[in-house]
Design a protein around this ligand. Sequence first.
Ligand code: Q9C
Ligand code: ZN
Length: 345
Amino acid sequence: MLVVTSPDHGRHHGSEIYNGAVVRSFECPERIAQVERALRDIGFGRFIAGKPINPRDLLNVHSRQYLDFLATAYPRWQAAGHTGDAMAHTWPARAVDSRRPNGIVGQLGFHSFAADCAITPNTFDVAIAGASAAVRAASLTRTEGQAFAMVRPPGHHATRDQFGGYCYINNSAAAAQRLLDDGAHRVAVLDVDYHHGNGTQDIFYARSDVVTCSIHADPSGQFPWFFGYAEETGVESGEGANLNLPLPRGTGIAQWRRALDTALAFIDTAQCDALVVALGVDTFEHDPISDFTLSSADYPGIGAAIAQLAVPTAFVMEGGYLTDALGRNVAGVLSGFEAARTAGV
Ligand code: Q9C
Ligand code: ZN
């Protein structure tokens, strides 16, 4: 499988609020270093770097105002006399039609929804490079059949105009849109990260040309808290094109696999001719911020099941925070997928 990299990802490492203190984020450069090591150890894939992105690929999934904000947020933060990472501390809570303030601190709140997601001097460049790799992976599925975007920061929580949950640019959404622009009739995004893919849901919520499906922890007890319920099914022409499969605390592989079967049947029925897998492995039993109980031995079977859809498939790296196991679990999904594809089953 082709592995598309974002070589300078290590230039971004944000901070987050955790247990009442500001700490270095769980979403750290070592994550991708581990994935790369695990893939190289088993001789998996051919590595190529992402290419600079066409701005169109970003404007399809994010507003221009948001992209301009992200691009200038750090220098504005500094110019306003602040130091350290740019973080919001006030949000337009429950005010749907909030005005957009002028000041940098107010705009940080306006364009974000969580205090786990800081902007560092290089955050914008690194996030764009990740999206570039995801879009390139999507394009290459036309000739390759499948590809993996080995990127960070992740993207599935980023909405059209808000960052949060360690995500700034929605890499999976940009990949899905690229597949459409390359000629796919309908694209599915299957989100297997432990957390609900609220950003991807948001971006495609009123559309039927991208079908979104997320398997995740019940948001009544877990981030992103305000999205991810089963009754969120889409609006307008997107009605019925979003499927949420929330699962209880402690979910293990048997229950998780039943949800995957439901998801795969949903995608199959929608007659999608290309697939993006938002690949988080924070479903792992020892993940430090999650509570599902999947084991490393479970991941190859997940990849093999996804291969049954038999459509061009772009995997895009999302979450997974037990760094030591991340490589093994990601390699498990990808090699399970590839083995099933090669066997043609
Ligand atoms: N400090 C992804 O997996 N906030 N994002 C963390 C613990 C939410 C996870 C709270 C975690 C977001 C892509
Ligand atoms: Zn996650």
